[in-house]
Design a protein around this ligand. Structure first.
Ligand code: HGY
Ligand code: MN
Ligand code: MN
Length: 435
């Protein structure tokens, strides 16, 4: 790829019709990736052997698309144009292929395969874009191994914190080992950050993961903003004792206290409306035996809102509930924020291009915020970002029955393709060729 303007002309467009991705190839690759980590749902946890196997397949697809796959020091798999000159700004497309435990086949995978498909289609059609295209498969977006997640995109945006670097997974593996296993090098992590201006824009195609598009019968969601998220670890310390001999009034049952806190977290959204949604999705009980009063419980709470101040209020309210529950139950309760991802707007220019692309393809659109977190919101710290949503059947995601129809998958990739072309056309200025 070069910085030359697109080689297609409006005439060429008229004679060949709107360019389309190779639907069969895209769906075939999705199916091949789906088999990796498949069991009850898909488990391709970040930095696992399954994710590595998936990434090897993605690297092959990148090469088939004419890209040069490279692993950066953070363990991101990045497909670059072979002749890219250092310092040339790129249009970056991509997402992630890691999953939550027992997750689905589309979350992230669609954005990576869609990116590769767009690059390959453009190359086959001989269409050049204003900016060189890079296809990226970010490492460990989900944090399915207990680490904060969004690891790879934070590294690219240059926003990794001490908490990210010093995190350990649920098995106690430090990031150094995890990243090294993916072909990265924590000692050179700073080199994974892209210099300011080197990402011209970032586009992420993704499934909606919610019910809105399907319920309203809309083809494409034009994402306006991506929700913020704060996760907090709650540790409840009671007293381990015999379940048969300890009188009820003498117990300091950490799990009974945790149960109150689980409902309190839910109430922050469902009753008090402090944050949009609030969930406890993880609960570790010690010693975890049916005939022992639990002595220690660790919960992880997840609260989300597009308003950063709502997240602040959510954390403050959780801390207040923790103090109250500790007093009521005779336990000790400690709350610690584990990770925070700020809400991010999508760039108006990219939103307009996505909408125009969909409309040119005869697809219906609505503007909508994203309730899920995405690599795009981290890259938004470094570059303008845009997101394209396609419907999720039944609004189900992060679950084995996550599904989007073949038609929706292909529509999404076609919209990505056309958005990329639209950006090329809009920004391209005629250049004189060197003689
Ligand atoms: O949790 C999220 O929103 C994202 O899927 N990692
Ligand atoms: Mn996800
Ligand atoms: Mn995702």
């Amino acid at each position: 790829m070069s910085l030359e303007p697109p080689t297609f002309a409006p005439e060429a467009d008229r004679s060949t019709g709107a360019p389309r991705v190779d639907a069969r190839r895209l769906l075939d690759r999705l199916e091949r990736l789906r088999r990796i980590g498949a069991g009850h749902g898909i488990s391709r946890i970040g930095f696992s052997a399954e994710e590595q196997e998936g990434r090897a397949l993605i690297a092959d697809f990148m090469a088939e698309a004419g890209l040069r796959p490279e692993v950066d020091p953070a363990g991101n798999l990045i497909g670059l144009p072979p002749a890219l000159r250092s310092g040339t700004p790129v249009l970056m497309l991509g997402s992630h292929i890691d999953t939550v435990p027992e997750g689905g086949a589309y979350d992230g995978a669609l954005g990576v395969l869609g990116a590769i498909e767009v690059v390959q289609t453009l190359s086959e059609l001989g269409l050049r874009t204003h900016r060189p295209l890079a296809a990226v498969c970010f490492a460990n977006e989900e944090g399915g191994n207990g680490t904060p997640g969004m690891w790879g995109s934070h590294a690219v945006a240059g926003s990794l914190t001490r908490e990210h670097i010093t995190a350990v997974d649920v098995l106690g593996n430090p990031m150094e080992r995890l990243v090294g296993g993916a072909g990265g090098d924590l000692g050179r992590i700073g080199e994974a950050a892209w210099p300011p201006g080197s990402i011209d824009a970032f586009l992420e195609l993704h499934i909606e993961q919610g019910p809105v598009l399907e319920e309203r019968g809309i083809d494409i969601g034009v994402v306006t903003a991506i929700t913020g998220r704060v996760t907090a670890d709650v540790e409840i310390t009671g007293r381990t004792n015999h379940a048969g001999t300890t009188p009820m009034e003498m117990r300091r049952d950490a799990l009974a206290a945790a149960a109150r806190l689980v409902l309190a977290v839910r109430g922050l959204a469902a009753e008090d409306r402090i944050v949009r949604v609030a969930t406890v999705g993880r609960c570790d009980v010690e010693p975890g035996a049916w005939n022992v009063v639990p002595g220690r419980v660790r919960l992880r709470a997840d609260m989300r809102d597009v308003d950063p101040e709502a997240l602040d209020r959510g954390v403050a309210a959780l801390e207040a509930r923790a103090v109250a529950v500790a007093a009521e139950t005779g336990t000790g309760v400690a709350v610690e924020v584990a990770d925070r991802v700020e809400p991010a707007p999508c760039a108006p220019r990219l939103r307009r291009r996505v909408r125009a692309a969909a409309e040119e393809l005869g697809l219906s659109t609505i503007e909508m915020p994203s309730g899920a977190g995405h690599d795009a919101q981290i890259i938004a710290e470094a570059a303008p970002v845009g997101m394209i949503f396609v419907p999720s059947a039944g609004g189900v995601s992060h679950a084995p029955d996550e599904h989007s129809s073949d038609a929706d998958v292909v529509n999404g990739a076609d919209v990505l393709l056309r958005t990329v072309l639209g950006l090329g056309r809009a920004g391209a200025e005629p250049r004189r060729r060197a003689h």
